[in-house]
Design a protein around this ligand. Structure first.
Ligand code: PLP
Length: 418
């Protein structure tokens, strides 16, 4: 019996029929006597054990191990362990996108809590849509408030008795930085969970679970995977919420595919090196833009006059301010912004952040297109705003490309006066 199971597990059976051999021969070899230096891509949708009694114990969580890929998969397990370690969490869940991760975190947190969310006014556009177009119609109360105004958040917490507070550590695209440590205290005293989207800051700059957040969400698509070839998300949870997160996921099945998981893990190995370089480049780019006559205003958290500089100094790792720089072009509207974007020779106009290459995006056209004009105005997103994700290229080349494109803008303004 034991021998038969082993043969079944290792694919060593040698049936006469080619059709049967095509299905079983050579397959299912357990790893023996060696360890691969990186985690392999496990594409199996289900897993077998030496007997069904063992499988039963795996299903019952008496023995750790994968049974079915919606519940867990060794490639995802490795990535989740890595992310829990980077974010100082109890465990993590790899999801098919950043938005899937945010949805999972919100619905997990709301399951046993009051059906009310107090959310930062300044959020990624699709996160606002998730709250307004998915959660609100399900009967979950949603209230937006300026998270950089702690008194206003406190009042909203008293008025709304939320089950969840939601924020981003560096907001997309205006780059505000709310005091996540103080907000975590506020959430705890109100019996609410704090969910923090740490996509723009990354765990190199700040680890929200260490200052009291309950869930951290990432779009892996961005700095963590880093090469523009993966769509993925991650929820990292504290001890108190981890089992609820896993239970929710086992039912709903928002999981990441193993190939993407492998790519994300491969990307994360160089994420701290890339991010350090990107942050240093972004500091130089922000200074160069601030000195450029075609620029009206630069948004970057290293600015000593940044409205949240006190929180930034307290909660961010020294000299790391993220690698997104936003800018307002002087006397510009949509047409001038398009002219500037089209004039860039190296920096690509792509809808993401965090890749090795520099990218620009026009929030009006993409990330915040679906947000109502009123909400966009409250967030401070004007028609002349451009978001730049600074890559790992030589900083001088990034600056030269920007200055040349800004120069064409100034020249065409002079031309149009002639
Ligand atoms: C701050 C932030 N959170 C979440 C997301 C969603 O991530 P994804 O595109 O991987 O679903 C994005 C995407 O741009 C983002 O900028």
């Amino acid at each position: 019996m034991e021998k038969k199971m082993t043969e079944k597990m290792t694919g060593k059976i040698t049936p006469a029929h080619l059709q049967t051999r095509a299905v079983h021969a050579g397959d299912r070899k357990p790893l023996e006597g060696f360890v691969p230096v990186t985690t392999p891509i496990y594409t199996a949708s289900s897993f077998i054990y030496k007997d069904v009694d063992t499988l039963d114990k795996v299903f019952g969580h008496e023995i750790a191990g994968p049974a079915y890929a919606r519940y867990s998969n060794p490639t995802n397990d490795a990535l989740e362990e890595l992310m829990a370690s980077l974010e100082s969490g109890a465990g993590a869940l790899a999801c098919s996108s950043g938005m899937a991760a945010l949805q999972v975190a919100l619905l997990t947190a709301l399951t046993d809590r009051r059906k009310s969310v107090v959310a930062a006014e300044s959020l990624y556009g699709a996160s606002i849509s998730l709250l307004m177009k998915v959660l609100d119609p399900l009967g979950i109360q949603v209230r937006f408030v300026d998270f950089c105004n702690l008194d206003a958040v406190n009042q909203a917490v008293i008025d709304n008795q939320p089950g969840v507070l939601l924020m981003e550590t560096i907001t997309n695209p205006i780059l505000r930085v709310a005091a996540v440590d103080r907000l975590a205290q506020m959430a705890r005293s109100a019996g609410a969970a704090l969910i923090v989207d740490n996509t723009f800051a990354t765990p190199l700059v700040i680890r929200p679970l260490e200052v009291g957040a309950n869930f951290v969400v990432h779009s892996l698509t961005k700095y963590l995977a880093g090469h523009g070839d993966v769509l993925g998300g991650m929820v990292v949870a504290d001890e108190e919420n981890l089992e609820a997160l896993r239970a929710y996921s086992r039912i709903v099945g928002p999981v990441l595919g193993p190939f993407e998981s492998y790519l994300a893990m491969r990307g994360i190995k160089t994420f701290p090196l890339r991010m350090e370089r990107q942050c240093a480049n972004a500091c130089r780019v922000a200074s160069a833009l601030a000195a450029n006559p075609a620029i009206e205003r630069v948004y970057y958290p290293s600015d000593p006059k940044h409205p949240d500089s006190e929180a930034i100094r307290r909660i961010f790792a020294p000299n790391l301010y993220g690698a997104v720089v936003s800018m307002e072009l002087k006397n510009a509207q949509r047409a001038e912004v398009f002219r500037f974007l089209n004039a860039l020779k190296m920096i690509v106009p792509a809808t993401s952040v965090g890749d090795v290459h520099s990218m620009v995006l026009y929030p009006f056209m993409s990330s915040h297109r679906e947000v109502s004009p009123k909400h966009r105005e409250r967030m401070g997103i004007r028609e002349n705003l451009v978001r730049l994700s600074v890559g790992i290229e030589g900083a001088d080349d990034i600056i030269a490309d920007l200055e040349e494109a800004l120069g064409t803008l100034a020249n065409s303004a002079i031309d149009s006066k002639d």
